[in-house]
Write a protein that binds this ligand. Structure first.
Ligand code: N7H
Length: 483
């Protein structure tokens, strides 16, 4: 049995802090080393760990009202003179690296693999690209209410300036009250169940086996029964992990315009096409379980909404298309050669998702909302009401950036030949080409004839990114110079 050192693990590794719906990501640069280290040392006691929350006299869990987690880039660790031996190559090179000083306009191979080309290219990013100042530190604040977040922000902004740190970018994020992401789908349903955290386990994972802690936390055994590679210095690696950050802008009007156009303007058909692209209905109900129509009660039912596999009931994809977003990013038991081998292979490519939304919240019924604006303004197509930029502040935790996040993004999201397909990349994420004739297709398996959606426009654009190290508490103490 794996016993996790919860008090040494930053809380974000094991919790999405669902009750702390308001958050802010601060991207910072250190100034002088001494005040930066001192700030870290003083801030350490405030860092939220994975220690179970206390219970009151009646046995009710006393959840904290705020939270704080810290993550560093390679450049940040370098400035603080932290030894870099043993950190992974991907982390050292960075999400938009390695750059070639002789050819600064050349797109790194990593960007190609991740699909960060065309409008997604790091040259165009607002954060984390070659044209942006290097980020050193990510401070993530969490609060139960907007007022509490405001108080936290004011306090930390003052502290940053006192410690000589420069603020490069601020991103306010939140968990939507309706748990809907900007396209209107229920989100936050499927997460791997981590060994050693049985007490935290969601109800909806019965059909999925538990994943070894070393897939997500350094210092524990992974799915190969090995310890994941980690920083050589013994005080640095244990209980830490790597965090992927991606600022993913979503073209909500564009997504629904495309679905309605393909559906000849019929809402019911547009809803089916959109659900096919995602793999779930907007309510969260999985298409594999309820292929013909939505079942909102199933979507909301945490005992059932993630309790499904593909091989027995839906191998050809007539319910949940083979190339849909959720089937690519977690193919469960559907891959060759057989279901047990598939489940075993897939376990080595899981990520813990910690994404939140940035930009204005939409009402629960995003399609109804867009239809109302369209009617009110007499428009032919949907238009973003206020042209508010909105999207996913994507975060993922994994112990091995290459085998987990990068594999999912390159081999499952961006591979047009995924699982026997021909020219289909992820329909939501992978339409990076500006030339629509070279664009992605999406196949909907049907009997007797499959349907193909063609020339998918770009619904999601990468606007920023970074690879970060989330140290354990012992490591934070070491980084802050306290030994
Ligand atoms: Fe995805 N979406 O809103 O449509 N995703 N995702 N994702 N995603 C999931 O199961 C979405 C992105 C995964 O276990 C759901 O919680 C959008 C990236 C994985 O069955 C919905 C964006 C990567 C799963 C969305 C986006 C992933 C998953 C269903 C970008 C990794 C779990 C709700 C703007 C590289 C699959 C749920 C499983 C589920 C959406 C990005 C991965 C609704 C809009 C970049 C592993």
């Amino acid at each position: 049995m794996t016993i996790l050192q919860l008090e040494d693990i930053q809380g974000i590794l094991l919790s999405g802090y669902g009750h702390l719906g308001f958050s802010t990501n601060y991207f910072l640069q250190f100034g002088d080393v001494a005040p930066a280290r001192q700030w870290l040392a003083e801030t350490l006691p405030q860092v939220t760990t994975a220690t179970p929350w206390p219970k009151d006299a009646n046995g009710n869990v006393q959840k904290p009202r705020t939270g704080l987690n810290l993550a560093f880039t390679r450049q940040g660790l370098e400035v603080l003179e932290v030894p870099l031996q043993g950190f992974s190559t991907e982390f050292i090179e960075g999400i938009a690296g390695p750059t070639d000083a002789a050819h600064p306009d050349k797109l790194p191979n990593r960007s190609r693999r991740l699909g960060d080309m065309g409008a997604n290219a790091p040259f165009n990013w607002v954060l984390g690209g070659p044209n942006n100042p290097p980020v050193h530190l990510l401070v993530i604040l969490f609060a139960a209410t907007p007022e509490e977040r405001e108080n936290l922000k004011n306090r930390y902004l003052l502290e940053f300036s006192r410690a000589g740190m420069s603020l490069l970018f601020t991103e306010d994020t939140y968990v939507s009250k309706t748990s809907r992401e900007p396209f209107g789908f229920l989100d936050g349903l499927s997460q791997p169940s981590v060994e050693g955290t049985e007490a935290l386990k969601k109800d909806n994972v019965q059909m999925q086996t538990t994943v070894k802690a070393g897939e997500f936390i350094l210092g524990y055994k992974n799915e190969f029964d090995l310890y994941p590679p980690m920083p050589t210095n013994p005080r640095l690696g244990s209980n830490g992990s790597y965090l992927v950050y991606r600022k993913l802008e979503q073209d909500v009007a564009g997504f629904w315009n495309y679905a309605f156009r393909q559906a000849g303007g019929e809402q019911a058909v547009a809803e089916v096409l959109a659900a096919k692209m995602v793999g779930r209905w907007r309510s969260g109900a999985p298409l594999t379980t309820t292929p013909q129509q939505d079942d909102p009660a199933l979507g909301e039912d945490f005992d059932r909404n993630n309790n499904f596999l593909y091989a027995d009931t839906d191998l050809p994809g007539t319910g949940c298309p083979v190339g849909s977003h959720i089937r690519r990013t977690n193919p469960r038991d559907a891959l060759l050669p057989d279901p047990p081998a598939s489940l075993d292979a897939v376990k080595k490519h899981r990520i813990l998702r910690r994404g939140r939304i940035y930009g204005d919240d939409y009402p629960l019924d995003v399609v109804g909302h867009l239809l109302a604006i369209k009617a009110q303004k007499g428009l032919e197509y949907f238009a973003e009401e206020l042209l508010q930029l909105r999207g996913l502040s994507f975060m993922a935790i994994n112990a091995d950036l290459k085998r987990q996040f990068e594999f999912v993004q390159q081999t499952w999201v961006n591979d047009p030949k995924f699982d026997g397909l021909y020219n289909d990349k992820d329909p939501l994420l992978a339409n990076e080409s500006d030339d629509r004739s070279k664009s992605n297709s999406f196949t909907i398996q049907r009997v007797p004839l499959r349907k193909e959606l063609k020339e998918l426009p770009r619904f999601v654009t990468t606007r920023g990114g970074g690879y970060f190290f989330v140290p354990g508490i012992t490591a934070l103490r070491f980084i802050s110079g306290q030994g």
